[in-house]
Ligand binder design. Structure first.
Ligand SMILES: [Zn+2]
Length: 322
């Protein structure tokens, strides 16, 4: 192990003196997404200085959830921490060792607010899990509470259906993948690889949202993160100040499909940004061989990655929830 590898995970827990729910707030799960880290750091000072009072329940803040990636100022350390989230008896990499500490911490809380930022410009959005269901992939019974949390965090746009869409993509990928390929290949063809912080939280009986606060460098993203934390503390009753009412205008988008980049020569027809609208039949990209990849219906391009690795996600396609 490199001597530069961090050897601990820092967490700050406040127990209100009255009973209440247990909230976990995480920043920098991706090391270059620091708006949550900065908002958490400010709030820790305010709580410690007496400007903000935790009165009920428990809140734990983890300002830097992937300290290796954070020290490297990049998304990942040895791999993406927000995938394949589970304890492992025989950890293979730094992120496995973080997961072995983070998963018990998630288990010890009821609600998760996970603060991220994104590469290209655009408005903040919040990601929720599935509707209530008893299915095998992601059974869930807290959809109403999770939606209330999502609405109170602030963004106008809510995105749902990630794990289901990811799993469908993995199934297709597995069907076309060649045998072999080692650990990297086995990870991207494992449906469990789609499990990040919120999915793990739901699998353990809790609920949570991923808040994408804005562009990585946008100072406004710190304010978005701060507002969301205070709103969550208010909504759950951990502070005396109640949450502000939710905006009337909102847009709920459902991820319905994911396309893999199949060849290094696959290219987009233009520089897509997340949530750019497309019409049914409109060409989104061109395969290496010249075949157009078109929108299956009226909808939106989401998480386009022009430099996506071959055999991994190129873009997602979403539609407005009916
Ligand atoms: Zn992120």
């Amino acid at each position: 192990m490199s001597p530069k590898h961090p050897t601990h995970l820092r967490a700050h827990t406040y127990h209100g003196l009255a009973p209440g729910p247990r909230l976990l707030v995480t920043g920098a799960v991706h090391g270059n997404e620091t708006c949550g880290t900065r908002a958490i750091t400010q709030l820790l000072e305010e709580i410690d200085g007496g400007a903000l009072a935790i009165e009920r329940g428990t809140v734990t803040f983890v300002p830097v959830t992937n300290p290796l990636a954070y020290s490297l100022k990049q998304r990942m350390g040895e791999r993406n921490l927000n995938r394949n989230m589970a304890p492992s008896a025989i950890p293979q990499d730094f992120e496995d060792r973080i997961a072995n500490v983070l998963c018990p911490l998630l288990d010890a809380h009821d609600v998760l607010l996970d603060l991220h930022s994104f590469h290209t410009g655009g408005a903040p959005f919040v990601m929720i899990g599935p509707q209530n269901n008893h299915g095998a992939l992601e059974p869930f019974s807290h959809a109403a509470e999770e939606m209330q949390l999502a609405l109170h965090t602030g963004p106008h746009r809510i995105v749902e259906g990630w794990l289901e869409t990811y799993a469908r993509g993995v199934k297709r990928r597995t069907a076309t993948a060649e045998a072999g390929g080692g650990r990297a290949q086995s990870l991207v063809t494992d449906p469990n690889y789609g499990v990040g912080t919120t999915e793990y939280m739901r699998s353990r009986g809790g609920y949570g949202v991923t808040l994408e606060c804005g562009q990585h460098e946008d100072p406004q993203a710190v304010l978005v993160a701060r507002y969301a934390i205070l709103q969550t503390l208010g909504l759950l009753g951990l502070i005396a100040q109640p949450a502000a009412p939710v905006p009337m205008e909102r847009e709920i988008l459902r991820l319905v499909d994911v396309m893999d980049r199949e060849h290094a020569g696959d290219s987009f027809t233009r520089e897509w940004r997340s949530f750019d609208a497309v019409k049914a039949g409109e060409a989104i990209g061109m395969r290496h061989g010249g075949e157009a990849v078109t929108a299956p219906a009226d909808g939106f391009v989401v998480f386009p990655n022009p430099r996506g690795e071959v055999g991994q996600e190129w873009f997602y396609f979403a539609q407005r929830r009916q």
